[in-house]
Design a binder for this molecule. Structure first.
Ligand code: NDP
Ligand code: GDR
Length: 322
């Protein structure tokens, strides 16, 4: 039986990846940071099937301890300060966790168990002010936020450890992926939750930033399968994962509000507070390498995804106010 450590298991992707690996028969160890309140909402249904261990990407010795104790076959590094706007308010913390944290984890693996296979959660935000459309594994990076800059460092340190120390270390460059478990501040969930609140009479408006922003949005449950596939190959290689299709935030609003019989024009307010100091350009993936070499395809389309998210939020909120 293989052992996998997931950092960031309490996050959106961590919860789906844990489910995916458990279904494949892995021993799953989840690394969580110490907190005064429990952050296990997304994994409470599988808590008895996984091992939880404390560790923090800030803290080298906790990472050494985790690798020493479990000597894992695979490590999936999903932990990060992952919200782009926060990275302008907390650029140093973002660099510490999202960039240097990766070096700390790679050092622990190199020194203690170099046969461990390592997955780094890289991001389409690294393409930022895009050099070409669509973006593939060979597209140069031009990040536009402290978060994007930190992810570029994390990407290159992963490549560097692969080349310097012959580690099986890969970088999965994933475009936006969403789900009913998405954090409330990200735009898809902010909209699905906002629509549900308005429909149930709990709110009268939804304040958003730039409605013309476009993203390549997929379903998180599909994307974690690509992470696993990247660690099962003969040789380590990086992959771009996305749908190859973009939609605007405006289209997202239209779809989500009309799903419950409402017109978004009656409720959405554009608020400059949600604009960003610098935006990325047209992010759209070219996932053809993953389709060919990993035999990976997204299964859930944009419309189905947004309907699923709105339906789940309606269900959850209806239970809460019952
Ligand atoms: P989330 O924000 O939902 O989860 C982030 C996780 O990291 C949480 O479990 C959080 O713990 C943990 N974490 C934060 N800081 C630390 C730290 N110092 N030490 C240990 N753990 C920490 O992110 P997602 O699940 O959406 O994304 C997973 C990864 O993939 C991230 O690295 C993200 O940057 C990257 N990514 C995500 C994409 C997406 O569209 N979702 C696209 C491309 C890349 P806690 O619960 O305690 O806060
Ligand atoms: P992103 O996701 O920055 O792409 O990062 P987010 O959902 O925050 O923004 C997507 C786009 O929507 C526009 N937008 C708004 N965004 C938010 N959050 N709130 C709003 O009110 C709003 N109005 C418009 C934004 O300007 C942006 O263009 C996500 C994260 O998961 C990263 O960790 C990951 O690396 C990338 O996706 C790929």
């Amino acid at each position: 039986m293989s052992t996998a450590i997931i950092t960031g298991i309490t996050g959106q992707d961590g919860s789906y990846l844990a489910e995916c690996l458990l279904a494949k028969g892995y021993d799953v160890v989840g690394m969580v940071r110490r907190s005064s309140t429990v952050t296990f909402q997304r994994i409470k249904h599988i808590q008895d099937d996984i091992t939880i261990i404390q560790g923090d990407l800030h803290d080298q010795s906790s990472l050494v301890d985790v690798i020493e104790r479990y000597r894992p076959d695979e490590v999936y590094n999903l932990a990060a300060q992952s919200f782009v706007p926060t990275s302008w308010n907390q650029p140093v913390l973002t660099g510490e966790v999202t960039a240097l944290g990766v070096t700390r984890l790679l050092e622990a693996i190199r020194l203690i168990n170099p046969q461990t296979r390592f997955y780094q959660a890289s991001s389409s935000e690294m393409f930022g002010k895009v050099r070409e459309v669509p973006q593939s594994e060979s597209t140069p990076f031009y990040p536009r936020s402290p978060y994007g800059v930190a992810k570029v460092y994390a990407h290159w340190i992963t490549v560097n450890y692969r080349e310097s120390y012959d580690l099986y270390a890969v970088s999965g460059i994933l475009f936006n992926h969403e789900s009913p478990r998405r954090g409330l501040e990200f735009v898809t969930r902010k909209i699905s939750y906002g629509v549900a609140r308005i429909k149930l009479g709990l709110s009268k408006e939804l304040r958003l930033g730039n409605l013309e922003s476009r993203r390549d949005w997929g379903f998180a449950g599909d994307y974690v399968e690509a992470m696993r596939l990247m660690l099962q190959r003969g040789a380590p290689e990086d992959f771009v994962i996305g749908t190859g299709v973009t939609h605007s935030v405006r289209e997202l609003c239209e779809l989500a509000f009309s799903h419950v019989g409402l017109d978004y024009n009656d409720f959405v307010v554009q608020d400059p507070n949600f604009y960003r100091p610098a935006e990325v350009d047209l992010l759209v993936s070219d996932p053809s390498k993953a389709v060919k070499d990993l035999e990976w395809q997204p299964k859930i389309g944009f419309e189905e995804l947004i309907h699923m998210m709105v339906d789940e939020d309606l269900k959850r909120l209806a239970l809460e106010i019952d």
